[in-house]
Write a protein that binds this ligand. Structure first.
Ligand SMILES: [Zn+2]
Length: 240
């Protein structure tokens, strides 16, 4: 079990073991190559779900419960700072199966503490889109009120959340006239709902280039995407 004490002890070893160049090379700022938005869930640290070993200055991270960007001033502020000021060319929004924040919006979250319910509330758009999409999926025979108890449909809602957050960032970039940012969405499969092995990462949004296999649970209908569903439902992004 890791505690704060362990972090300080680890830092002592880190300082003793690292070269002076490690810090002097980064004194004048940062130029990360990737911005990542991911869930605060303790299973979702990108250092844990991949064997990459990011070095100082390589990855700019934004974390909160539910990998939320729309509706969160701090998240979109950090993302836009990274993409505009630091000119990072790649954004990854990473969701996961069994996301507690996405599950919460389907439940009685309004009776929770105000600071928590206020955070979950910004996922209401995702909930609305998910209920609509699920109701239209041909293979769906799950009653709407059972979605919150189904691993598959909650995962589908988490995937819609990834698509939604990606679209939101894209809309912000378009509004600012910023081009050339590769916006990618992915799902980390803790529950094997995507059909592969435990812990698989699936590309769900964006071209991704050679980033990985594109595999989606969500079927928006032929040629349609989350933005089309939003237009159909009259759902707009939150005004900040
Ligand atoms: Zn989560």
């Amino acid at each position: 079990m890791i505690t704060v004490k362990d972090v300080f002890e680890g830092n002592r070893r880190h300082v003793e073991g690292c070269t002076e160049e490690l810090y002097t090379a980064h004194l004048n700022g940062q130029a990360p190559t990737m911005c990542v938005v991911y869930c605060s869930d303790s299973r979702e640290n990108i250092h844990i779900i991949s064997d990459i070993e990011p070095k100082m200055g390589e990855i700019f991270t934004v974390e909160n419960a539910g990998n939320v960007v729309d509706g969160s001033v701090s998240a979109i502020g950090a993302v836009m700072y990274c993409l505009t000021h630091l000119k990072t060319g790649e954004l990854l929004v990473l969701g996961h199966t069994g996301c507690g924040a996405v599950t919460a919006v389907f439940g009685d979250y309004k009776s929770d503490r105000q600071v928590i319910s206020e955070h979950i509330r910004v996922l209401e758009n995702v909930k609305r889109i998910a209920l609509h999409v699920v109701s239209r999926m041909e293979d769906c025979d799950v009653p709407m009120d059972e979605i919150a108890r189904s691993d598959k449909y909650l995962s589908l809602a988490s995937e819609i959340n990834v698509d939604y957050q990606c679209e939101f960032v894209k809309s912000m970039l378009e509004r600012e006239g910023i081009e050339g940012v590769n916006v990618v969405g992915a799902m980390h499969d803790l529950h094997r709902v995507y059909g592969g092995r435990n812990g698989g990462l699936y590309l769900t949004f964006g071209p991704g280039n050679d980033a990985g296999v594109k595999k989606k649970l969500v079927d928006y209908g032929s040629g349609r995407n989350v933005r089309d569903v939003m237009d159909e439902l009259g759902v707009s992004f939150y005004k900040l």
